[in-house]
Design a protein around this ligand. Sequence first.
Ligand SMILES: *Cc1c(COP(=O)(O)O)cnc(C)c1O
Length: 441
Amino acid sequence: MLYHSLNNDTNLVTFEQAVLNGISSDGHLYVPKYIPKLDPIFFRKITSFSQFNIATSVIKPYIGNTIPNDVIYNIVKNTINFPLPLKNIHDNIYALELFHGPTLAFKDIGAKFMAECLSYFCKKIENKITVLVATSGDTGGAVARGFYNKIGIEVVILYPYNRISPLQEKQITSLGSNIFALEINGNFDDCQNMVKKAFLDNEIKKKYTITSANSINVARWLPQMFYYFFSYKEFLNKFDTFKLNFSVPSGNFGNICAGMLAEKMGLPVKVFIASTNINDTIPRFIKSGNYSPTSVKKTISNAMDISDPSNFPRILNFLYKKNINKLKKKLYSYKFTDKEVLNVIGKTWNKYKYVLDPHGAIGYLGIIKYLQNINNTSYTGIFLETAHPIKFIDNIPSSLRSTIFSKKETHKHNMLNLKNINKKISIKNNFNEFKDWLLNR
Ligand SMILES: *Cc1c(COP(=O)(O)O)cnc(C)c1O
């Protein structure tokens, strides 16, 4: 498979180059040259395949011959080494739990896969690689964990002072070794801007081979397709034929974009629902056709506090060739407020004894709203539960917290937070100070 910029399909690169570059030289995202279709026989036989078989069949065409098969098998095995259960919440509504990995959020899958790929490429090019990544919380932890102790790779994580949760900070700062945590006295955009500037800085580029681990990297994007296929297999095991509806709590739109690529490869999906918090650029776009990001608003589903989602152009321009009407038949999009989220977390616990996290709660609200809107509540709906509820316990008011979490769980969470946070470097909101540190440490 070859890849090109979303903006220009003449300059083709391999999977290896796309992963190492992160972003195309014209500043746009990479997309595959074509969408490989899976054989209909694959779908008929899918119930007899293991998750490992499914994942390798899905990803192999995208890697081509840049990684030998035996290495691909190992990468896949190491990526899906935790359970991804599909749980029935009530009636025909299911939660696809993606949070059983090491940092309790779905980003573990993409981060691990990317770390394994980079590790292989690093050995091949015999050069040390420096990964720069800005995080608003979850990405940093997943990347730190996925890359921890990988030989030949060092990771520099920039996170905004006082804007990530204590647990998230601990996940980033407690590892040490090849993981460097920089606490920037600014907001997420400031962190992201410093990373972007570093990629344009000749002195930095002369000294280091740098790449980014943000969700635009194809090696983080593509493996997120796996669990959409796994769900299909689970449903075929239960029922005869199935068309699925997926509601995906969305921020940067990488996760839902992977699902929509899976559908283009042949996976039978009826519709996708992009569920967002009040950072509602895409719900507004689907309604009006106007794309108008605003300033970011803070919410309790803070991993989704994004107003200009990087991966949306991959959906609109690449998967749907800018055809909004066609897109609107496949993609629905709704926004929900913090109040609605807290309300549904309480209700779902009271009625079904299931604890939603603030992100998954938005996914749940999205699937319910869609089924109500089409007036057919008998359809099957899956929402993606993207984080373990304990991870965002600090975002839940204490009255609700004491209802839905047991004393044991809260205690466990407090213990997680008590461990030392010491491996961090504080840096002013100033690019030159960051650059100085990077070049002279
Ligand atoms: C990152 C994140 C999201 C948003 O995923 P995107 O792929 O950026 O749309 C949702 N929930 C949680 C818990 C996250 O960490």
